[in-house]
Design a protein around this ligand. Structure first.
Ligand code: ATP
Ligand code: MG
Length: 380
């Protein structure tokens, strides 16, 4: 008899048909990668994954944050016999303070008899015989004792909800526009959680935005890296572009033209590094530039899909996620952003594409983009 960790993956992975093997392999590699510095043994038993370790707590902390893992359970492994199972079921229940319970059995090993219903019944009556304080409640039990019969048998009551999603790196890639704000780290997290590989770009307006603002973005990158394993940050100088726009374009069109440059730069980087798409932290109606018209005009310069996973979320809900993923405290540090230092008094909320194209035609767009990319810094 020994305690082991059962790792359950998201049911969506079961639906992947012929690709299921690839998803499973990726997930397994990602799990092994986050616990590589700990001592453990990874074992499979009829398709279920188990981890044996002396460092149980640390393993659970790491594995429950791996995208694609749905649940981690602390289970007791015993030789598969009815006698062992019913005794262990009683012990598991006694570790809790529950007064009502039910037993649920899953029998993957069809050579084992009796069947799963009978195992549950036997375990239930054994518990009732030995503990007169508890009763069975099949509808709303305080405690469910799970029994898994494979080559070995596994009994557990403790289940820890994990992060869910799909294995990181299985669903293409995206260039995340990462500012120092609350929204974009959350947007990046949401894409990564669905298995999309991230790179990040930050537009830095030195000296109008400080070193500390840049450090803040690096710090956010480091937090996101906890989820993604590795993450490259491109810091692209943006001052020259902003100065040219301020000098040569209409004040009320400053923001939208600036946003078109951000989009062009993200696409140029994506092209250069073989990244499929672009992601931003925009949410419809949140600020003057995040209107339907504004989004349409900035998408116009993109040659690939632009994802905005926060588009239909309320700010309070975005903040909830940012607290949960631990970026909130960093995001609210009060350093200036390039979008906040040059804000027009009355920005156009309904820009028209043909007008904007005309206005920005006075700029040498290609050269500005090329120069900014040439001068960028890369943090791996
Ligand atoms: P955030 O909280 O992510 O900063 P926001 O609510 O402040 O977003 P905006 O400043 O309008 O909104 O920016 C919208 C999106 O544009 C951001 O979510 C981010 O994806 C991108 N963005 C804005 N500023 C920068 C920047 N300096 N570098 C990289 N991306 C940026
Ligand atoms: Mg911002």
């Amino acid at each position: 008899m020994r305690k082991v960790i059962l790792v359950k993956f998201a049911p969506e992975i079961f639906l992947k048909g012929l690709n299921r093997g690839k998803f499973e392999k990726k997930l397994k590699d990602n799990i092994k990668n986050v616990i590589k510095d700990l001592n453990y043994e990874f074992v499979e038993d009829l398709g279920r994954w188990f981890i044996y370790s002396e460092q149980m707590e640390q393993i659970i902390e790491k594995v429950k944050n791996v995208f694609g893992v749905m649940e981690v359970c602390v289970v007791t492994q015993v030789e598969a016999s009815l006698d062992n199972i019913v005794k262990q079921a009683l012990l598991e229940l006694q570790e809790t303070s529950a007064k009502t319970f039910k037993v649920e059995t899953n029998r993957a090993n069809k050579n084992f008899s009796p069947g799963s219903m009978e195992v549950s019944r036997k375990a239930g009556s054994y518990i009732l015989q030995n503990n007169t304080e508890v009763s069975v409640d099949v509808h709303k039990p305080e405690c469910t004792i799970n029994v898994e019969i494979r080559n070995m048998a596994y009994i557990y009551a403790k289940r820890i909800k994990a992060v869910g999603g799909l294995p990181y790196g299985m669903n293409g890639s995206t260039m995340l526009m990462l500012s120092g704000g609350i929204d974009s780290p959350v947007a990046g997290y949401m894409m990564a959680r669905r298995g999309v590989e991230l790179s990040a770009v930050y537009y830095h307006s030195h000296p109008y935005t400080s070193e500390r603002a840049k450090d803040k973005v690096k710090q956010l990158t480091n937090i996101l890296k906890e989820y993604t394993g590795k993450l490259t940050l491109y810091v692209v100088p943006f001052t020259e572009i902003q100065m040219q726009i301020i000098e040569k374009c209409r004040e009320d069109e400053l923001t939208i033209i600036m946003r078109r440059f951000m989009m062009r730069l993200a696409c140029a980087l994506a092209e250069k590094y073989g990244v499929n798409s672009v992601t931003t932290g925009e949410s419809i109606g949140q600020v003057a530039s995040q209107t339907m018209e504004g989004l349409i005009v900035s998408d116009d310069v993109s040659d690939r899909p632009v994802f905005r996973p926060l588009i239909a979320m309320d700010k309070v809900d975005i903040i909830d996620v940012s607290r949960k993923i631990d970026t909130y405290e960093t995001s609210i540090l009060p350093y200036e952003d390039c979008c906040t230092i040059f804000v027009p008094k009355h920005p156009k909320t309904k820009p028209r594409l043909i007008e904007i194209i005309k206005s920005e035609s006075v700029l040498d767009i290609d050269k500005l983009v090329e120069k900014a990319i040439t001068d960028m810094e890369i943090y791996k």
